[in-house]
Design a protein around this ligand. Sequence first.
Ligand code: PSU
Ligand code: MN
Length: 353
Amino acid sequence: MWGSAFHGFRLRYVNCSPVTSHQWGGNVQGLKWPGLHHVSLTGILLVLTPSVWTCPKSLSVCGMRIQIETEGPVVALESAVITHGLPNPVNLQLVSDVQEEVRRAGAVPATVGILYGEVIVGLSEGEIVSLAGAPDPMKCSLRDIPTAVLHKATAGTTVAATMHIAYQAGLRVFATGGIGGVHRGHPFDVSADITALGRYPMTVVCSGAKAILDLSLTREALETQGVTVVGYQTDEFPAFYSRESGLSVDVRCDDVDEIAELVRRRDELELSAAILVCNPVPAECELPKTVMDAAIDQALEEAEGQGIQGKEVTPSLLARVSELTGEASLKANVGLLKSNARLAGEIAARLGP
Ligand code: PSU
Ligand code: MN
């Protein structure tokens, strides 16, 4: 029902907690047309916007500031990669390159993040600079969202947190580097990315799961969550830095039309889980598997020795692998992020707004 036309207006459903009319001012600041929005009995807030975007540039809905200047296709982007994935200023250049890839593919990028406790969908250039340069940003997963808001924190959002926020804002296509999953030797340390993928019916483009993980258990966890794992022009579940893992995908799609058809079937059937499109790192940016495996083994051993736990595990392992492999892993990371952004843009453009 997303995006259906109604009397010349596009009907956008924003999932909200039940609101009453006296709360509208707080929930829908920025919408200037009385009578153009309506609150249903079920608590679904229906926001009607004209087909031509004449709405104020930012809209505050359900505690989020939405700054998306289009009624066309949009791709959500995460920000943990900015705050915890890549060093400054590489991260800034990369965000701008990634956003450009989305635009070139015919969609509009919307980077999600939290600045001084405000949840923002579609960070402006200046806001991205603030986030990238924040002295001690928080890594915000699903469970951290209320705390980040309460404490007025500045935070990069993980795949799980970004999915929740983007979905609430009405976005359905999302690009990232690699998802979190099940950690090696710690089968109960399962990223909330996995459960989020089971909960939000979005299309998520990635290069598989982070190679530091137990990829075989991660595949099993995705199955449990009902996530359809698609290989884009591949039969193998990619391993982030490298194109192969020895594990299979659920279905192979060789072009964007096929992916769009699969997404439409999922939506028609009202399945609740994400479609995870796995796009292997471009061959010219791939990290040789032997180099990658050696660096990961060393990083894991050191992390065990240092007793690193909880949310620090993923960023510290990735940072160590990056130190050990130098330019090579950075090249892979940058290459795959751009390629995923492009593919997500193409899928969003094909699906339409
Ligand atoms: N990329 C990085 N470092 C990170 C992440 C990405 O280089 O920390 C984030 C991703 O956003 C991913 C999350 O969603 O780490 C997974 O962390 P965890 O295993 O704690 O859920
Ligand atoms: Mn964890």
